[in-house]
Design a protein. Structure first.
Ligand code: FAD
Length: 410
C-alpha cells in the first residue's frame, strides 16, 4: 500500500485525480522527473476501479501505430520486473474470421517494423499449438505473438505506487473531488474526505452522480496546484465537466466469467481471442473468459448477470471452439467499466491550460499504463512528447476529424 497522507492541504506542483494503474504510473513517472505529485482517490484500494476488474492481458498486437508503440514500451518495462508484477509471457493467440483476416495480414509489416514479434498460423497449426481447439469453423487464419502475455494488474499498480512514494509522491485516501476552479495561474480543487471507507454502494453513487449529496461527517477542504492530471478512468468525464471541459468518453459495463472445465485448464497457454471477440485464459484452476456484447448500453453499472451471462454469451462460444468445454461449469464472475471513446483509442494529452488527462483506455489501460504515465509526465514537465510520441491520442483529434480507430478492440 502506498504512503497515505492523512490531511492534504496547500499548493502542489501536480495533483493527480485517480489512483488506478494509470494515475499511479503517472505519479511514478513524475517522481522520476523530480516532481512530487499528490494523488487523490475516494478509495485507494480501488474496489470499483477498472484496474481491479480487468483480465490482465498485455499485448502489442494492435493495428494503430501509437497503440503498438505504447504497448511495446510498456512490455519492455514489465519484462524487467517479470517476477515482481507477475508478468507471464505465454503469448496471445488471435483467431481471425474471413472478414478480418486480409486486414490482419496487411498489418503484419507495420507491426514487425515497430518491433513486434508476430507469427502467422494456419487453422491446422492453431490446433497443433492448442489441441483443445478442435472446432475451426469460420477461422481464416491466426496470429501468435510470443512476447504478449498476462500480468497481475494489482501487483503492477502497487509497484507504481511504492516507487512513486519512494520518489516523494503522496497518496490521499477517501478523498472525493467535487468542484474544480481554474484560476489564471493555478487550479483549485474542492474535496470531501470521508472519515471512514465508504461502502461499494456509496462509492458507486457519489462517483457516478458526481456529487457528495448529503454526506455526513468527514471534512471539506481545498487543495491547489499548478497542473491537474485527470486519470479517473471511466469517471474522467465527470471530473472534466467539473473543470468546464467536455469529453466524448462513455462508461460501458464489461463482464468476466470464471469457469471450470474438468477436461482441461489451458495452463500452458496465454490469452486466446476468438473470431467472435470471446477472449479467455487460464486462471489458477479455472478459466477466465470475457465477451463484450455490442448492444451493451453506456452507464455506471456493476451488475454481474451471472449464470445468464455464462449460458447465453460464454458457454456457446467456448463450446463451439472446444468440444472439451461441453460440460463447462460457471464458478462466478464480476463486472467492471470500460471507458470508451468513439474511435476506441485512449485520450492522453493537454485538456486545457493547466489541465492534463490520460483516460479512456477501454481494454488496454493496464498494458499501456507504464508508457502512458511516461508520456503524460513528459508533457507536464517539459511540454514535449516522450519517446513513444502519443500526440495522436490528444483530444484535438475529435475536432480535427483525425480519429484513430482501433479495430482490434475487444
Ligand atoms: C472486464 C474488463 C477487462 C479488462 N481487461 C483488460 C486487459 O486484459 N488488459 C488491459 O490492459 N486492460 C484491460 N481492461 C481495461 C483496464 O482495466 C483499464 O483500462 C485500466 O484499469 C484503467 O485504469 P485507470 O487508472 O485509467 O482507471 P481506474 O482503474 O478505473 O482508476 C480510476 C480511479 O479514479 C478514481 N476516481 C473516480 N472518481 C473520482 C473523483 N471524483 N475524485 C477522485 N478520484 C476519483 C476511482 O476511485 C479509481 O480508483 C479491462 C477492463 C475491464 C472492465
Amino acid at each position: 500500500m502506498a504512503a497515505e497522507i492523512q490531511s492534504p492541504s496547500g499548493r502542489h506542483e501536480v495533483i493527480v485525480v485517480g489512483a488506478g494503474v494509470v494515475g499511479s504510473a503517472l505519479a511514478m513517472a513524475l517522481g522520476e522527473r523530480g516532481v512530487k505529485a499528490l494523488v487523490l482517490d475516494p478509495d485507494l484500494s480501488g474496489r470499483l476501479s477498472s484496474s481491479e476488474k480487468n483480465a490482465g492481458g498485455v499485448r502489442a498486437t494492435w493495428w494503430q501505430p501509437v497503440n503498438i508503440r505504447l504497448c511495446l514500451a510498456s512490455i519492455r518495462y514489465y519484462e524487467a520486473l517479470r517476477d515482481e508484477v507477475g508478468f507471464n509471457q505465454k503469448g496471445y493467440l488471435w483467431l481471425y474470421g474471413r472478414d478480418t483476416w486480409e486486414s490482419a495480414l496487411a498489418h503484419l509489416d507495420l507491426q514487425r517494423q515497430l518491433g513486434h514479434r508476430i507469427e502467422v498460423l494456419t487453422g491446422a497449426e492453431v490446433s497443433q499449438r492448442v489441441p483443445e481447439i478442435d472446432g475451426l469453423d469460420g477461422v481464416a487464419g491466426a496470429t501468435f505473438a510470443p512476447r504478449d502475455g498476462l500480468i497481475n494488474p494489482n501487483l503492477l499498480k502497487l509497484h507504481y505506487q511504492s516507487r512513486s512514494r519512494a520518489l516523494g509522491a503522496s497518496f490521499a485516501d477517501r478523498v472525493f473531488v467535487y468542484a474544480i476552479r481554474r484560476a489564471h495561474d493555478e487550479v483549485r480543487l474542492e474535496c470531501w474526505q470521508a472519515d471512514e471507507a465508504l461502502s461499494d454502494q456509496a462509492l458507486a453513487r457519489i462517483m457516478a452522480q458526481d456529487e457528495i449529496g448529503d454526506a455526513q461527517g468527514g471534512r471539506l477542504f481545498e487543495v491547489r496546484c499548478s497542473a491537474l492530471a485527470v486519470c479517473a478512468g471511466a469517471w474522467s468525464p465527470n471530473l472534466l465537466k467539473l473543470a468546464g471541459l467536455g469529453s466524448p468518453t462513455q462508461a460501458v459495463r464489461r463482464q468476466l466469467c470464471l469457469v471450470h472445465c474438468r477436461a482441461t485448464n489451458l495452463a500452458g497457454h496465454g490469452m486466446i481471442v476468438d473470431t467472435c471477440g470471446l477472449y479467455f485464459h487460464n486462471e489458477g484452476q479455472f478459466i477466465l473468459a470475457g465477451y463484450s456484447p455490442p448492444e451493451e448500453p453506456p452507464g455506471y453499472s456493476f451488475r454481474y448477470d451471472g449464470e445468464e451471462f455464462f449460458r447465453n454469451e460464454i458457454w456457446p462460444r467456448m463450446f463451439a471452439r472446444m468440444s472439451c468445454c461441453e460440460r463447462l461449469r460457471h464458478v462466478g464472475g464480476w463486472a467492471g467499466l470500460y471507458a470508451v471513446t468513439p474511435d476506441r483509442s485512449a485520450i492522453l494529452g493537454v485538456a486545457a491550460e493547466q489541465v492534463f488527462e490520460a483516460h479512456s483506455f477501454s481494454g488496454r489501460g493496464v498494458m499501456q499504463s507504464y508508457a502512458a504515465g511516461q508520456e503524460l509526465a513528459s508533457l507536464i514537465v517539459t511540454g514535449r512528447p516522450g519517446r513513444c510520441d502519443a500526440r495522436p491520442l490528444s483530444r484535438e483529434r475529435f475536432a480535427a476529424g483525425a480519429l484513430i480507430p482501433e479495430p482490434l478492440h475487444i
